[in-house]
Write a protein that binds this ligand. Structure first.
Ligand code: MN
Ligand code: MN
Ligand code: MN
Length: 291
């Protein structure tokens, strides 16, 4: 695909530096890219500069966590101003919460005989080239492996960091409507990330989409990587029902895993693509063709 509106770098939980993600996307044929790191804008200037050098179109992006109906939901924002006060303030508050959470994970692991995890996770994260954000669970996992407490990342999550385990420290997130509002005030296009990834019944998912739409959300991420085709169908139906734009992306985090830049199932062609809002040349072509 020549468009990818969902990927991660070392600015959050990705394995590659922002400029490396951009170069890899370009190599794979992507010509319109948005970097959407979790709860940070830190990688955007580097990525934008790298894209400009390659003559590639780049959109500022972010993937924000929030809560709705007792679950953590991800919201994608696109095309905002890097310095928009609404977004900068909201991210400052989240960052503060993430640091507190990382310290708490470190304390809990220390209490179980694994001291130095906070500092170790931080050091590991800095080796990856990213410094301003709190270390996240993958960094803690790698520290536990490196220190010999577990044999691999999978065991680290199974024993200590996975859902419901000691290191699964919950963070306070804003409500969905507040996050949509923050992004809209920053001038962003707003898309609901991977609506089928949440463990919801069909009717609860529909309610999520309804609430997201009435909060001012513009688009649904109808395609996330190689998610099952029937889910694409389900989400396409919801997008039609609520008259929303649709977005798609690989959700790339690292080479050799379950996703790759530019790789995802095709979007149903009858649905209005959010990416068209970022491609004036293509829109002009469509219009001149009289469609
Ligand atoms: Mn992630
Ligand atoms: Mn996500
Ligand atoms: Mn993601």
């Amino acid at each position: 695909m020549d468009v990818d509106l969902h990927c991660h770098s070392t600015a959050s939980d990705g394995a590659l530096a922002p400029a490396v993600v951009v170069a890899r996307a370009h190599e794979r044929g992507v010509r319109l890219l948005a970097l959407t790191d979790h709860d940070t804008l830190e990688g955007l200037p580097e990525a934008a500069a790298a894209a400009a050098q390659l003559g590639m179109q780049f959109i500022n992006g972010v993937e924000l966590s929030c809560t709705w109906g007792g679950a953590t939901i991800h919201i994608l924002g696109y095309g905002f101003d890097l310095h928009a006060p609404a977004l900068v303030e909201a991210l400052d508050a989240l960052h503060h919460g993430r640091w507190q959470r990382a310290e708490e994970i470190g304390k809990r692991l220390a209490a179980k005989g694994m001291p130095g995890a906070f500092e170790g996770a931080r050091a590991l994260q800095q080796e990856l080239g990213c410094s301003a954000n709190a270390p996240a669970r993958p960094h803690f996992a790698d520290y536990l492996v490196r220190s010999g407490y577990v044999k691999d990342r999978a065991e680290a999550f199974r024993k200590w960091l996975g859902s419901g385990k000691l290191g699964d420290v919950k963070q306070h997130w804003p409500e969905l409507a507040e996050t949509v509002d923050t992004l809209r005030r920053a001038g962003a296009w707003v898309s609901l990330a991977h609506p089928c990834h949440y463990d919801f019944t069909r009717s609860k998912r529909r309610k999520l989409v309804a609430d997201f739409a009435s909060a001012g959300g513009h688009a649904l991420e109808v395609v996330n990587g190689m998610q099952p085709a029937d889910q694409v169908g389900t989400l396409a139906i919801l997008a039609r029902e609520f008259g929303m734009l649709v977005s798609a992306g690989s959700d790339f985090h690292a080479p050799g895993q379950w996703s790759e830049l530019g790789i995802y199932r095709p979007l149903p062609e009858d649905l209005p693509a959010l990416s068209a809002r970022f491609k004036p040349s293509q829109m002009a072509f469509v219009n001149s063709a009289g469609i």
